[in-house]
Design a binder for this molecule. Structure first.
Ligand code: MRU
Length: 322
C-alpha cells in the first residue's frame, strides 16, 4: 500500500515525491536535518504529511537529549512557513516529552509521532464520512480538485481526496477533474497517480481550464484541502485555490474545504495574517527540468488565501463549518 514514509529500525524513510509518478525512490533519514531538507525541497509535502514527518524527524535526535530536540524543533518549524500542521506537530511532541527522563526520550518521541500519524488516518476516515453526507445518494457527481490531498499528503486516505474516495466507493462519483497545479504539478504527478492506482475515473486539466468546464456545467462541486485556517475561517491553500473559489462562486458551484482540526490556527485572526511561502523563481521559469522562459523577473507564491465568504463548507473530522 502507498505510504509517504515509514520507520525501519532507526531509519525514517521518506518516499521522494519529486520523482513520482515514474520512480518510487526512498530517502533514508537518520538525522532531523535530512528531514528538514526533504520538507524544504518537497520530497515530502502536504500539510498533515509534513507535520508527521517533522514529528518523526524530531525522534531521530532524541538520543542526543532535550537540547538537541529543541534545536531540531526550531529548524523543522522553519522548513516551510504556511502549513500550521508543521509547528503543531513539533510542539505536540515537545510538550509530551519535555519532562521525561532522558532515557525515555527516544521511545516517547516515537510514540507521539506514531500517535499523530494514527490520529491523522482516523481523522481522514471521519471527514470522508461527514463529507460524503453532503452529497445525495441517487446522483453521480463530477468533482474538481486542486493540488494533492491524498495518501501522499496525509499518510491516510486523504482529506479532499479521502472524501472523493468515499464518494467513489459509495457509488456517488462520476468523475474527478484534476487540476495539474502549476508550477510543481502536484495534481498531474501525484493526484492523477493516486486516483489511477485506485481505478477512480479521472481527467487531467490545466489550471486555466477550470472556468471553461464550470461554464459548461461539467463540474458539480470543488473539493480542496488547506494548509492553515485562520480564526475567521479564511483558508490558505495551494496557489490557484482562490481563483477556483471565485470561479465556483460565479457559477453557483459548491466549494468545499476538507481539513483535520490540526489545520486550524486560533492564533491567526484572519487570512491576512497567514504567512505565505514564496518559492524559487526556477520553479516557474522552467517545466519538466527544462527552462522555457528567458531570465525574466518571476513571482512565485506557493499559496493563496480564500476568504470564508467564498467557501460553502469546511469539513473536518468532528464537524462541518458552514
Ligand atoms: O506545496 P504543497 O504540495 O505542500 O501544498 C500542498 C497543499 O496545498 C495541499 O492542498 C494542503 O497541504 C492540504 S494536503 C491534505
Amino acid at each position: 500500500m502507498l505510504s509517504p514514509f515509514e520507520l525501519k529500525g532507526d531509519i525514517f524513510s521518506i518516499l521522494d515525491q519529486r520523482e513520482l509518478p515514474f520512480e518510487e525512490r526512498w530517502i533514508d533519514c537518520s538525522r532531523a536535518g535530512q528531514v528538514v531538507d526533504a520538507i524544504k525541497t518537497l520530497a515530502v509535502r502536504g500539510a498533515p504529511a509534513i507535520g508527521i514527518a517533522a514529528a518523526f524527524g524530531l525522534s531521530l535526535e532524541a538520543v542526543r537529549g532535550m537540547d538537541a530536540l529543541d534545536s531540531a524543533a526550531e529548524e523543522l518549524v522553519r522548513a516551510r512557513p504556511t502549513a500550521v500542521n508543521l509547528s503543531w506537530a513539533v510542539e505536540r511532541v515537545l510538550k509530551k516529552v519535555r519532562d521525561k527522563d532522558p532515557s525515555d526520550l527516544l521511545l516517547s518521541t516515537r510514540a507521539e509521532a506514531y500517535a499523530i500519524w494514527e490520529e491523522e488516518k482516523e481523522a481522514n476516515i471521519a471527514m470522508a464520512e461527514l463529507g460524503e453526507s453532503l452529497f445525495n445518494s441517487n446522483i453521480q457527481y463530477t468533482i474538481l480538485t486542486h493540488c494533492n490531498t491524498g495518501t501522499l499528503a496525509t499518510g491516510g486516505i486523504g482529506t479532499a481526496l479521502g472524501i472523493i474516495r468515499k464518494l467513489h466507493s459509495s457509488g456517488k462519483l462520476k468523475e474527478v477533474f484534476v487540476d495539474e497545479t502549476r508550477p510543481l504539478l502536484q495534481g498531474a504527478r501525484l493526484t492523477a497517480y493516486e486516483l489511477m492506482k485506485d481505478d477512480i475515473p479521472c481527467t487531467l486539466i490545466t489550471d486555466s481550464m477550470a472556468g471553461f468546464l464550470m461554464r459548461q456545467s461539467m463540474v458539480d462541486a470543488v473539493i480542496v484541502g488547506a494548509d492553515r485556517i485562520a480564526n475567521n475561517l479564511d483558508v490558505a491553500n495551494k496557489i490557484g485555490t482562490y481563483s477556483l473559489a471565485v470561479l465556483a462562486n460565479a457559477h453557483n458551484i459548491p466549494f468545499y474545504v476538507a481539513v483535520p482540526m490540526s489545520t486550524f490556527d486560533e492564533d491567526t485572526k484572519t487570512g491576512d495574517g497567514i504567512p505565505l511561502e514564496e518559492r524559487d523563481p526556477g520553479e516557474v521559469l522552467g517545466f519538466g527540468g527544462r527552462q522555457v522562459a528567458p531570465e525574466v523577473n518571476v513571482y512565485n507564491p506557493a499559496f493563496d488565501v480564500t476568504p470564508k465568504a467564498l467557501i460553502t463548507a469546511i469539513i473536518t473530522e468532528t464537524r462541518i463549518f458552514i
